[in-house]
Design a protein around this ligand. Structure first.
Ligand code: ADP
Ligand code: MG
Length: 261
């Protein structure tokens, strides 16, 4: 692992709370152009890791370097890092457009440019048709896509400060299969266009299909990592997730296919 001023690095991060270890000496790197997926059972520490990266939670030991620095002012970090938390609540009577526009608050563009970006971000998540709806009347999956557009709009334009990173905590949890795929395709596209993407998922096949690398957490520690083919072996899946699977070659794509037995 080579720390550079063009990568996102977690260095030996541990989180201990009340004698409990939430994160145990975790180091990961996300490079621009990559989709890195974090997997692991409920309670494995995935959201804790994401909160450590975003700065919401300070690690007990270890540090996070965003493009080589751990001390960015929040206003500057916001231009390089967009974070979709596991749940976002909002009960104000905002329209969808107004919610997505919140993502543009850290940015200096004029109002018309902000509105253009909001429209483009909504199109990325198949949400443009929702633009004038009241946010509170949306379905769970529609709300999730609107928050995704908000986060995308925040880091829509390149920053002179450094490379951009998109952090997504279970972005597909409320989505139907078509929108799950759309979301991962969108994440892949952002990476192909130069962002670094870190995404937390539960679906092993979505992870295998769209990720460059997987990091699998168990009880706060990294239990397996590597390319999807390296990380998703029958033994690993059994040991970490306690499910009996067959790992096959995907008939269409160059990635493993996980079949529940
Ligand atoms: P997940 O992998 O499901 O996202 P989390 O990172 O949210 O897991 O949580 C990891 C573990 O830490 C869980 O067992 C959770 O109950 C526990 N935990 C999370 N936040 C706290 C806290 N503030 N105090 C004590 N335990 C916590
Ligand atoms: Mg979580």
């Amino acid at each position: 692992m080579s720390v550079s001023n063009q990568s996102l690095n977690v260095l030996n991060a541990s989180v201990h709370i009340d004698g409990k270890t939430l994160l145990d000496d975790v180091s990961i790197q996300v490079n621009p152009g990559e989709v890195v997926t974090v997997l692991g059972p409920n309670g494995a520490g995935k959201s804790t890791l994401l909160k450590v990266i975003s700065g919401e939670r300070k690690p007990t030991t270890g540090e996070v370097l965003l493009n080589g620095r751990s001390d960015w002012p929040l206003s500057q970090q916001a231009l390089m890092m967009g974070v979709l938390p596991q749940s976002s609540s909002l009960s104000f009577p905002f329209t969808v457009e107004e919610v997505v526009l919140l993502g543009r608050i850290p940015c200096t563009s004029d109002h018309q440019e902000n509105l253009d970006i909001v429209s483009k971000a909504l199109k990325e998540v198949d949400g443009f048709h929702l633009k004038d709806r009241q946010y509170t009347t949306l379905s769970g999956g529609e709300k999730q896509r609107v928050h995704m557009a908000r986060v995308l709009s925040q880091i829509w334009t390149e920053s002179e400060l450094g490379k951009r990173y998109l952090l997504l905590d279970e972005p597909t949890s409320a989505l139907d299969p078509a929108h799950q795929q759309l979301t991962l395709k969108m994440a892949r596209k952002q990476a192909d266009q130069g962002m670094g993407v870190l995404v937390i998922l539960h679906d092993l096949n979505l992870a295998a299909r769209y990720s460059d690398r997987l990091v699998i957490l168990k009880e706060g520690a990294i239990a397996a990592q590597g390319t999807p083919a390296e990380a998703l072996t029958r033994e690993t899946v059994d040991a970490i997730f306690d499910i009996d699977v067959t790992i096959a070659e995907h008939p269409v794509y160059q990635c493993p296919l996980v079949i529940n037995n």
